[in-house]
Design a protein around this ligand. Sequence first.
Ligand code: 3DU
Length: 265
Amino acid sequence: MTSDKNSLRPYKDWIFNASRAHRSRVIVAIDLFDGPPEKIFNASNRLLAKTIYNLCGVKLGRQTVLSLGRQRTQHLIRLAHSNDIPCLIDDKLNDIGETNEAIAKTYFQLGFDGVTANPFVGESGLRPLFRTAHRDRKGIILLTFMSHPSAFEGYGQRVLPKGRTIPEFQYRLFARQALKWGADGVVVGATYPRIIREAKSILSGKVPIYSPGVGTQGGSLEEAREAGTDYFIIGRSITLATKPDVASANFARVSFGKDQVRSVR
Ligand code: 3DU
């Protein structure tokens, strides 16, 4: 069950502490959905049992939660909590403010500790979400530059911000907004180390960078780490590995590099 200690701690501090305790900046992405719910549940359970000591967080995909249903999802969240690591839902909320807030509340009631959201909806689309999340010490992770090849089409376009005369890259605006709104993290793909570097300098060490895209999508953990990634979201390179325990241990070791304590709080 979620301990009182967990629910009293802001998400951002919790993952920071879990990362130090487990000497890992790795969040495993569980994106299983094929087959009967019990089978998906057993596979997720086995995976977590083998990898949990090498993780600082767990992230469930929406497809996994929809396939598992409420009770099995709660069981997995409790498993993460009993090992003192937080559990994120990756739903990339992208609706009007009230709807984003309602979806997030439902996830938080299930036991999730943080949710991803899309800043394209703008401040009024996110304000109620931030209010609800931070009141309950939950985390909001905002997309800033996704990891897939066509991420440039949206996050990389140049836009003319209101009241300005010089165009600016969308992702730079998103990074600044994440800082202004008090986001608990931003997503920048490991496949774009140059953009991680830019985001790092905008965020000035105040908002941690979460990077998916390591391994299967072609991103290098070392390059992303050197560019400034704080937490690595890794799915298939762990979940489909012949030995997920070994794969997660290797990623965990490399995720810290020489610096054992650098991570944004
Ligand atoms: O490619 P992998 O199997 O390591 O999984 C990456 C996970 O991160 C997966 O759940 C995907 O939905 C999520 N993600 C991205 O890959 C890219 C993003 O920009 C945001 C989330």
